[in-house]
Design a protein. Structure first.
Length: 260
């Protein structure tokens, strides 16, 4: 793993940091290349329950893709196609994780940075957060897959406003439109983000991951239970966590869930 991506662990919560503060954490192609295998390893670790993604420092989550590379890595249609495939693979790996993911957004969350944040389950931001998706300012076209994530969050009209204009969305508007899920003062964002991450990590993980799977299916268009969702629900009754949850309720104590 390069120095541009930093992984740190605290109990069951892992933090993945985009670590280029000198460039407001602009994302290099090498970082996109590393992310799928890195995220797969985190997802496969049974002791990890929640992933927090953030940028180094408090000025920026990520100011976008590193445009200084574009003359080399997107010099023509062929290299641009390869670049786009690797960006899509990184975002898809984050979006496809079975475990809950939270983007902790300080400051600028622009372009490719916003793409990664949209691929997380939740976005918590500070009052200085600024979101923007900027293909219209560069003569590019946002992918359907990434556009769908935006539309799923804010709806088609707000998505058009964001994509047509390329303008920055401040924290208040981001909260009102659903682009972010919580806004806190800069000094309090980390505390509130990790408090929520620890809360989720303490819940029954079979329930949490099943909920994530079912929500993903609904967003994808599924409206009725099928064999897979019925099995998920029925299987929960056979887990030790279900038995522990009932015991804890009857004994009036916090549950101690163990499924991972």
């Amino acid at each position: 793993m390069s120095d541009d991506l930093h992984v740190e662990r605290s109990g069951a919560v892992v933090t993945l940091t985009l670590n280029r503060p000198e460039s407001r954490n602009a994302i290099r192609l090498s970082m996109y290349r590393e992310l799928p295998s890195l995220l797969a390893g985190i997802d496969a670790d049974p002791t990890v329950k929640v992933l927090v993604v953030r940028g180094a420092g408090t000025r920026s989550f990520a100011a976008g893709a590193d445009i200084t590379e574009f003359r080399d890595v997107r010099a023509d249609a062929e290299s641009a196609r390869s670049y786009n495939e690797q960006v899509a693979a990184a975002e898809r790996a984050l979006d496809g994780m079975g475990k809950p993911t939270i983007a902790m957004v300080h400051g600028y969350c622009i372009g490719g940075g916003c793409g990664l944040a949209l691929a997380c389950d939740l976005r918590f931001s500070d009052t200085g957060a600024r979101f923007a998706i900027t293909p219209a300012k560069l003569g590019l076209v946002y992918s359907l897959e990434s556009t769908k994530r935006l539309v799923d969050l804010v709806g088609p009209a707000q998505a058009k406003w964001i994509l047509f204009s390329g303008q920055q969305v401040d924290a208040d508007r981001a909260l009102a439109t659903g682009l972010t899920d919580m806004v806190a003062d800069t000094a309090e964002l980390a505390e509130q983000t990790y408090a929520f991450a620890e809360l989720v990590a303490a819940r029954a993980q079979f329930s949490v991951r099943a909920a994530k799977d079912i929500v993903r299916r609904i967003v994808g268009g599924q409206t009725d239970d099928d064999e897979a969702t019925t099995l998920l629900r029925n299987s929960s009754f056979d887990t030790e966590d279900y038995a522990e949850g009932v015991r804890a309720f009857l004994e009036k104590r916090p549950p101690r869930f163990t499924w991972s």
